[in-house]
Design a binder for this molecule. Structure first.
Ligand SMILES: Nc1ncnc2c1ncn2[C@@H]1O[C@H](COP(=O)(O)OP(=O)(O)OP(=O)(O)O)[C@@H](O)[C@H]1O
Ligand SMILES: [Mg+2]
Length: 189
């Protein structure tokens, strides 16, 4: 249980995974705000922005996606070990990548699956990716012509089709409190 100021706090990685449109970016921001307001140093490694900076040369083959995830987990570990509450928001469609991330981060790693039926993600289509994939404009789109492997070993599952972002964030904070990474008062705020 963390009771001290930021300097004494041990960092952790919350790895949010799920289909495009499942709410990773939305939830990472809600979660980040809640942690920041409690005095945590927070960094969010969000799929798209991070990909442009870390892996502009990589595409969306299995090998490229796995390689990109390794880069992200490497940085996540560095942040976490320096006391940062690190939130990763990445589709992470392959089980091999999740297992590699868990092994790479090593310390305080919580895998959270944002479970949301593809029909709901499609209806949301916040970036128009499903529409473009259906139209043949983009290829290897997860959920369309590339698989999203069902997570085998998530630490927590959040139903983002039916649960509001605020409630999902509370659920994750409660989980982090159960694991002793944050104070319980934050989970019930
Ligand atoms: N209960 C909910 N939880 C999360 N998001 C929701 C919920 N209900 C509606 N939404 C909406 O669904 C959309 C989710 O989009 P978001 O960009 O967060 O998904 P994403 O998982 O980051 O997708 P991508 O992989 O393409 O980046 C947002 O427009 C959000 O407002
Ligand atoms: Mg996103």
């Amino acid at each position: 249980m963390q009771t001290g100021g930021p300097a004494e706090r041990k960092g952790f990685v919350v790895w949010l995974e799920g289909l495009p449109g499942s709410g990773k970016t939305t939830l990472s921001q809600t979660l980040g705000e809640r942690l920041r307001s409690a005095g945590w140093k927070v960094e969010i490694l969000d799929g798209d922005a991070v990909r442009q900076m870390f892996s502009p040369e990589l595409g969306f083959t299995r090998k490229d996606r796995e390689f990109h995830a390794r880069r992200v987990s490497y940085v996540a570990r560095m942040l976490a070990r320096n006391g940062v509450a690190t939130i990763v928001a990445m589709v992470t469609p392959y089980e091999t990548s999740r297992q590699a991330a868990r092994a790479d981060v090593e310390i305080a790693f919580e895998e959270v699956w944002l479970r949301c039926p593809i029909e709901v993600c499609r209806a949301r289509d916040p970036k128009g990716l499903y529409r473009r994939a259906d139209g043949g404009e983009i290829h290897r789109m997860t959920g369309v012509d590339d698989p999203f492997e069902e997570p085998l070993n998530p630490d927590l599952i959040v139903d983002t089709a039916n649960v509001t972002p605020a409630k999902s964030a509370s659920r994750i904070l409660e989980h982090l409190a159960n694991r002793g990474y944050i104070q319980r008062v934050l989970a019930t705020a």
